[in-house]
Design a protein around this ligand. Structure first.
Ligand code: 1GP
Length: 248
């Protein structure tokens, strides 16, 4: 099956029109399915552009159920952000096919992709090839531990820039710079600015964004999509001001 490009085209159009997007990350292991209705209502009210669904582990098996419920409640696109090949569901709209380009773990650069290719090729999901760069956020993160890879040091802008340019030249469609869930420090404004001005493809930034100011700084520095998970897990009412800071 040929996957359509509706979501990616919408992201590129938004980038051309200088419109920024806010994505809420939901970790299926951390959300109680009973509380999803309330969270979706808050997300809709805040003008959330996308749901990203993913986490580092798979502790429960409710992914299909979770996504089906979200889709029955709203039209916000649901994008898989898989922490492993176990986090695949045909119920979502799209999938970020992540290549961990900041690391040198061959399995996460191409191995897992080979394993999941037949499933993805047959799936109705829109597949978006994404260069995933882990940036040091001041604390060890689950991604770094699980992927057995080191993040790019926070001050090494040139490494981040060259990595992103290489991914773009390899044909990847987006770059995701992530300080990791619950990072102490989000990716710095200077690193976002250096990377965003070096590439033409859309730039997603997440990890450790807890305040409207941090969200605003990230988009002002050139990020196209801001992802927030932890801060909203802790206080769902924050979603409104975070999304507003992105859509300023
Ligand atoms: C993690 O970028 C996401 O992969 C979001 O991070 O949970 O810290 O918001 P937070």
């Amino acid at each position: 099956m040929i996957n359509n490009k509706a979501i990616y085209d919408a992201i590129c159009n938004a980038k051309s029109n200088k419109k920024k997007a806010f994505a809420l990350l939901i970790d299926p292991d951390k959300i109680d399915i009973g509380s999803i209705d309330k969270l979706v209502a808050l997300a809709q009210n805040a003008g959330t552009d996308f749901f990203l669904i993913g986490g580092s582990l798979v502790l429960n098996n409710e992914l299909d159920e979770l996504i089906t419920r979200i889709k029955s409640l709203c039209d916000i696109p649901v994008i898989l952000f898989p922490g492993s090949t176990l986090q695949l569901s045909y119920k979502a709209d799209a999938l970020l096919l992540l290549s961990l380009i900041s690391g040198r773990n061959a399995d996460l650069l191409i191995g897992k992709h080979v394993e999941s290719a037949p499933f993805l090729k047959k799936s109705p999901l829109e597949i978006i090839s994404t260069g995933y760069m882990l940036i040091d956020g001041g604390v060890p993160t689950s991604v770094s531990y699980m992927s057995n890879s080191n993040p790019i040091p926070a001050g090494k802008y040139e490494i981040a820039v060259c990595t992103a340019i290489a991914a773009e030249m390899l044909g990847m469609k987006m770059i995701y710079m992530d300080a990791g869930s619950g990072a102490l420090n989000p990716v710095s404004a200077s690193m976002i600015s250096a990377v965003s001005s070096a590439i033409d493809i859309p730039l997603i930034v997440g990890g450790g964004i807890k305040t409207a100011e941090a969200a605003h700084n990230a988009v002002s520095s050139g990020a196209n999509i801001i992802v927030v998970g932890n801060a909203i897990e802790k206080d769902p009412s924050l979603i409104k001001e975070l999304a507003a800071a992105v859509h300023f």
